[in-house]
Design a protein around this ligand. Sequence first.
Ligand code: FAD
Ligand code: SIN
Length: 542
Amino acid sequence: MIDYQTDYLVIGSGIAGLMFALKASKHANITIITKRSIDESNSNYAQGGIATVMSSADSFDEHIKDTITCGGGLCHRDIVEKTIQRGPQAIRDLMNYGVQFTKSASNKDELDLGKEGGHSHRRIIHAGDITGHEVKKVLIDVVKNNPKINVFEYHIAIDLVTSKKLGFSTRNTVLGAYVLDIKNSKILTIRAKSTVLATGGAGKVYLYTTNPDIATGDGIAMAYRAGARIKNLEFVQFHPTCLYHPKAKSFLISEAVRGEGAVLRTSDGREFMKDYHPMGSLAPRDIVTQKIDLELKKSGEECVYLDITNKSKSFLKERFPNIFSKCLQYGIDMSCDLIPVVPAAHYFCGGVQSDWNGQTNIDRLYVCGEVSCTGLHGANRLASNSLLEALVFSSNAAESSKKYIENDYPENIEIPKWDAGSAKDSDETVVVTNNWDEIRRFMWHYVSIVRSSKRLERAKNRIELMQKEIHQYYWDFVITNDLIELRNIATLAELIISFALYRKESRGLHYTLDYPKKNDKVFCRDLVYENGKFIEGEKICE
Ligand code: FAD
Ligand code: SIN
């Protein structure tokens, strides 16, 4: 019945999945499956860098304070402290694998430190403005040369296999996954002693996003269907500055550009962020995004502008080579032109509930990276804290999951082969594309930066209708990559709407016109959802 057996099944080849595999390969064999080529992932497009305390002018305490201030009262202090203290080690690990970060111009023995919104100090370790790509390039190389790691590209996980779904009444345990080999249209059954979701975020739930096409929330949807606890999905981060140009598909203008002195302006030249926050254009992301949205609604214009014309061309080319050349490609010379920008869905602070070890509430199931909700980000993530989280938690998970590798495969339960039933080839793929498009549109209009109960209810009605159609389609027709992703996007949309309706207050990234203030008495806590209902989440504020 089993097509393939492995110690660890790692789903996803972003920085979290690759780092987990490298760490765990010291004690086990690893199989990584990834739904496109190994490099394609959110990680590959990360620009700004990795927030870490590396300067004597900075301190862990200040990074902790910035993270907690940004998190709107919902950061778990113990997780924040431990994660931030592990930052320098995470950077050293990457350098030991061969990653070359940009050195300081004044002292080549030190790393250059960038600055981003919400940070009180320069502390962003970066490789030019293509940090994610540089880190991944090195990690992919090391992974490919590691005989204990096998990588299957163009393999997409469909669902996790659990003891509960197979009818066993023991503690729910993940036994592996059903996986579609996309190029050969074949479904494989993979058994693993431990399964790790490193599937990243879900920006594609929204019409406008900085994320690449892979970000369809598959891991969160699979974990939810398997019975995992899902946490804080209402907190979707919208990056304030995505390039606004008809030909630029989701290209980010890094916050590091504002860190080097760029300011946001309206079309009449007003530096509007000064009116709203003492940190001006470098205020935390939730605030900058909401204020851009407000300005655009007031003026009826389509974008605001980023102004870094106070810096020389040579500086900009040296510090932001990728952004500079991309803008130039669209006829924008950053050294003398303003850059048109708009907010776009960027990052999911919520996800699959995980403890400090990346362990979920299901046995043998681990999560690391953006798919997880660890307590680090609270209601709003501080810039460049997510790569740090991915690095720290993938190492923790590799260590903690050893206990499962030492034992045999779970209780020797037989895993049945995938049953295609009477599914036939679809002759109406338009149903998939139409539904996909509609979800992304109404999520953008009703469930994005500014919400209201009426808009959320409207979105809820829509998604409930569509879910019926997608469910029917899923069982009637042969599974394809697009159908798997559509089903997951629909699940994510439904979950986000449920979370947003439940949180009757405004906090961090969740802003609703009907409850515009924080309500600490009732909502200073995580929202946790399991098997179709909310359960009591951890209370954070004293
Ligand atoms: P990803 O890197 O997204 O990897 C997910 C992997 O899972 C991919 O390989 C994907 O193909 C695979 N996958 C997904 N579903 C399946 C499935 N069903 N089956 C098989 N494979 C699957 N954060 C920072 O800290 N600093 C930054 O400077 C920064 N800049 C950013 C810039 C951009 C443009 C974007 C989009 C994000 C940025 N972020 C940044 C956020 C950060 O990059 C991500 O949170 C982080 O890279 C997530 O890493 P990950 O390994 O969890 O997921
Ligand atoms: C950026 O470079 O602006 C992205 C940083 C992040 O998302 O953390």
